[in-house]
Design a protein around this ligand. Structure first.
Ligand SMILES: [Zn+2]
Ligand SMILES: [Zn+2]
Length: 358
C-alpha cells in the first residue's frame, strides 16, 4: 500500500512538472507551491491532490424587470411598478429573500432599472437603500428595448452609454449607492462592452439570447475572463476571446450542461421549483469539480421577485432548503464562499495582478 502511494505520488509530481512547463511564470510558481507536500490526510483515490481544494465563489442575483412605463417612455412586461401595490409587494419579497440569504451568511447582487427605481424614488420606498446598507450589491438590469426602443442594436454606443448612465443615476438616487459596476442585459449589441464601460460599468454576466432564452455552452464555465468584444448572438468569437485589456470582466454562471438553464425554471415540464433546484445543486457540484486551484472560480444563479415563493406559510422554502442542504455544508468546509459580483470581480482583478508580478 505504501509503495503504491509513493508511486502515485511520483506520478503526480511528474504530471505537475509536465503541466508546469506550459504555464506562465506566475502560474508556474503557483503550480510549484501546489506540489509542496502537506500533512493533509491522504484519502483513497485522491493521493495526488495535496493542495487545499479550490474555492468556488457563490451568490444569487436578482433581476428586477421593467414592469410598466420606463423613464424613457417605453412600456413592457406584465404588471406595473408605477402602481404602488406591485412595487411594495416585490419590495417585500426581496426583503424576505434577503433575510433568508443573510441567515445563511450570504450576500446578493440585486439588479434593477426603471420603472422600479423611479417608482421607488417617487414613493419614498427605501428597499434598495436598505438592501445596500445590509451589504448586498445594487447593479443595473438593462432591458435594452425598454429603455432604447425597438431594434436598439441600430443605435450608436454613445446613445447606449447615455441611457445606461441615466438608469444608473436612478439607481444611485434610489439606493444611495455611489458606484454601480455590474450590469446584465443588452446581450445582442456587439458594442455592448464599450458602451457599458463608457457608462462606468465593468462587470457583466447572465448572457442569454433574449430571442431563444438560451445560453450557448461556450459561455458556461467557472473562470471569469475579459471578452475582447460583444456579440450579435450569432458570432461568439470576440466574446469568447480573452483580451487582458478588455474593459469588462465577464462572470460565467458556472458549469451548467444545458443551454436553457436560465429559462428552465419557468417550464413546468422540467418538474417545477424543486426539480430546478435539484438541477442547480447538480450544476453547483459540477462547478466545484471544474474549479481550479490558483484560479478565480464562480457559480451563480438568478431569481426574480415573486419567483419560487411557494407556500405562503413558508415563503421561499425551496431556496432556504437549497442553502441549508447544499450550500451551507460547502461553506463550512471552505469549498464555497459567498461573494457579490463586484467581490468576485475584485478577486479576479487581484488574481490578474498576481499573474503579471514576476
Ligand atoms: Zn431575468
Ligand atoms: Zn430581465
Amino acid at each position: 500500500m505504501k509503495r503504491t502511494l509513493l508511486i502515485l505520488g511520483f506520478l503526480a509530481l511528474a504530471l505537475l512538472a509536465c503541466q508546469a512547463a506550459a504555464l506562465t511564470p506566475a502560474q508556474h510558481a503557483s503550480a510549484a507551491s501546489a506540489a509542496t507536500p502537506t500533512h493533509a490526510p491522504v484519502t483513497e483515490g485522491n493521493t495526488t491532490d495535496e493542495a487545499p481544494p479550490p474555492v468556488l465563489l457563490f451568490t444569487i442575483g436578482i433581476h428586477i424587470e421593467p414592469l410598466g412605463e420606463t423613464a424613457q417612455g417605453y412600456k413592457g412586461g406584465k404588471g406595473n411598478y408605477n402602481a404602488p401595490g406591485l412595487l411594495q409587494k416585490h419590495a417585500n419579497d426581496m426583503d424576505l429573500l434577503a433575510s433568508i440569504v443573510e441567515s445563511h451568511g450570504g450576500v446578493m447582487t440585486i439588479q434593477t432599472q426603471s420603472p422600479f427605481t423611479t417608482a421607488a424614488i417617487a414613493n419614498n420606498n427605501t428597499i434598495l437603500a436598505d438592501l445596500a446598507a445590509r451589504g448586498h450589491e445594487i447593479g443595473l438590469h438593462f432591458h435594452e428595448d425598454a429603455h432604447l426602443g425597438k431594434n436598439p442594436e441600430r443605435l450608436r454606443g454613445e446613445e447606449w452609454c447615455a441611457i445606461m448612465q441615466e438608469e444608473i443615476g436612478y439607481i444611485q438616487q434610489a439606493s444611495g449607492v455611489e458606484r454601480v459596476r455590474y450590469w446584465s442585459g443588452g446581450n445582442l449589441y456587439p458594442d455592448l462592452f464599450l458602451a457599458a464601460s463608457c457608462a462606468g460599468l465593468d462587470i457583466n454576466s447572465d448572457w442569454k439570447n433574449p430571442k431563444t432564452q438560451s445560453t450557448p455552452l461556450e459561455l458556461v464555465g467557472v473562470n471569469p475572463w475579459r471578452p475582447s468584444g460583444g456579440t450579435d448572438g450569432e458570432d461568439l468569437t470576440a466574446f469568447t476571446t480573452h483580451d487582458p485589456n478588455g474593459p469588462v470582466i465577464f462572470l460565467p454562471e458556472g458549469q451548467y450542461d444545458q443551454e436553457n438553464f436560465a429559462s428552465m425554471r419557468r417550464s413546468q415540464e422540467s418538474g417545477g421549483d424543486q426539480a430546478y433546484f435539484d438541477y442547480l445543486a447538480e450544476s453547483l457540484y459540477a462547478s466545484l469539480e471544474a474549479a481550479q486551484p490558483g484560479m478565480v472560480n464562480v457559480f451563480h444563479f438568478t431569481v426574480h421577485p415573486g419567483e419560487f415563493r411557494g407556500d405562503p406559510a413558508r415563503p421561499f422554502e425551496v431556496i432556504d432548503k437549497f442553502l441549508t442542504e447544499v450550500v451551507d455544508p460547502l461553506v463550512a468546509e471552505g469549498r464555497v464562499q459567498w461573494a457579490t459580483y463586484s467581490q468576485m470581480a475584485d478577486l479576479y482583478i487581484q488574481w490578474e495582478a498576481q499573474q503579471t508580478t514576476p
